[in-house]
Design a protein around this ligand. Structure first.
Ligand code: C2E
Ligand code: MG
Ligand code: MG
Ligand code: MG
Length: 276
């Protein structure tokens, strides 16, 4: 907040800036060095077949191991990274790290599973996304069927270009998910024209499933819609046995959530899935 002090004189009093503003700008500066300093890590949340309980894959979720503040969740820094454009580089790091890790697990003898990565809108609209994914697949020698990218409905705003990108990504052989389904700006039109493999029901619908009839109706309708369009459905944020039973009864294909497992470090994943 700038205050006028006499004619043409403006002084910014730091006491007027909230702690939050100061820490955001400090965080932004630190974010610029976080890649170089190797401070990002991926955690992995299991995705399970609803009926057989078979492991289908993991969603890779970024965390920032901040030197002073400890482990920061994406809610603390992804928006900042989007605002200052760092998100594209960070997103490339995520794709590379997820593919490397998946390949490592396969080498170590784990049953091959899919790894899903979240794409930001900016990253999705970056010209070299397709060639970057192709390069990582080549270099890591990961079979493309074990990579899935998660996009959101908001990316469908650039309609023609989005169809082009998705078709090119499909040509590489990877899978495509629509994340946070039903929470963004969109028309259902894209479901018809986009080459999508999975629809992820947002956790905001799942969390009130047993208490709010409207959420239950939306979830059931989404599953029916997805199946009629030959897509698989993943429910995220499944926390209780009741939610699981409901989703199973209504033929949801895959579940992800704290009920089964929180996101785990690579090391924890190995303890559960490799060394038993
Ligand atoms: P998302 O892609 O919808 O990921 C699901 C979020 O729900 C994750 O939060 C996950 O930890 C959380 N979650 C999973 N199961 C449960 C549950 O049972 N209950 C509750 N309450 N939460 C659950 P997280 O890791 O904090 O990530 C938040 C968002 O940040 C993600 O939402 C995604 O939009 C974004 N994000 C995460 N990693 C990346 C990344 O590498 N790149 C980009 N661009 N965005 C990312
Ligand atoms: Mg996601
Ligand atoms: Mg999601
Ligand atoms: Mg979500």
């Amino acid at each position: 907040q700038a205050k006028a002090q006499g004619k043409n004189q403006f002084v910014i009093h730091t006491s007027d800036l909230s702690d939050e503003m100061i820490s955001e700008s400090v965080l932004e500066i630190e974010l610029r060095n976080a890649l170089e300093n190797d401070e990002f890590v991926l955690h992995y949340q299991p995705q399970i077949h609803t009926v057989s309980k078979e492991l289908i894959g993991f969603e890779a979720l970024i965390r920032w191991q901040h030197p002073r503040l400890g482990m920061l969740e994406p809610g603390r820094f992804i928006r900042l990274a989007e605002e200052n454009g760092l998100i594209t580089q960070i997103g490339e790091w995520v794709i590379n790290e997820a593919c490397l890790q998946n390949k490592k697990w396969q080498h170590a003898g784990m049953t091959p599973v899919k790894i899903s990565v979240n794409l930001s809108t900016q990253q999705f609209l970056t010209r070299n996304l397709i060639s970057y994914v192709e390069e990582v697949l080549d270099r890591t020698a990961l079979n493309p069927k074990y990579l899935v990218v998660e996009i959101t409905e908001n990316m469908a705003m650039e309609y023609e270009y989005s169809i082009y990108v998705l078709k090119e990504l499909k040509k590489l052989g990877i899978g495509i998910s629509i994340d946070d389904f039903g929470t963004g700006y969109s028309s259902l039109n894209y479901l018809k024209n986009f080459p999508i493999d999975y629809i992820k029901i947002d956790k905001s619908f799942v969390s009130e499933l047993m208490n709010d009839e409207n959420d239950a109706i939306i979830v059931v309708a989404t599953i029916t819609l997805a199946h009629n369009l030959h897509k698989e459905v993943i429910a995220e944020g499944v926390e209780t046995q009741e939610q699981l039973e409901f989703l199973k009864k209504h033929n949801c294909d895959i579940i992800q959530g704290y009920f089964f497992s929180k996101p785990l470090s690579a090391c924890e994943i190995e303890k559960v899935y490799l060394l038993h």
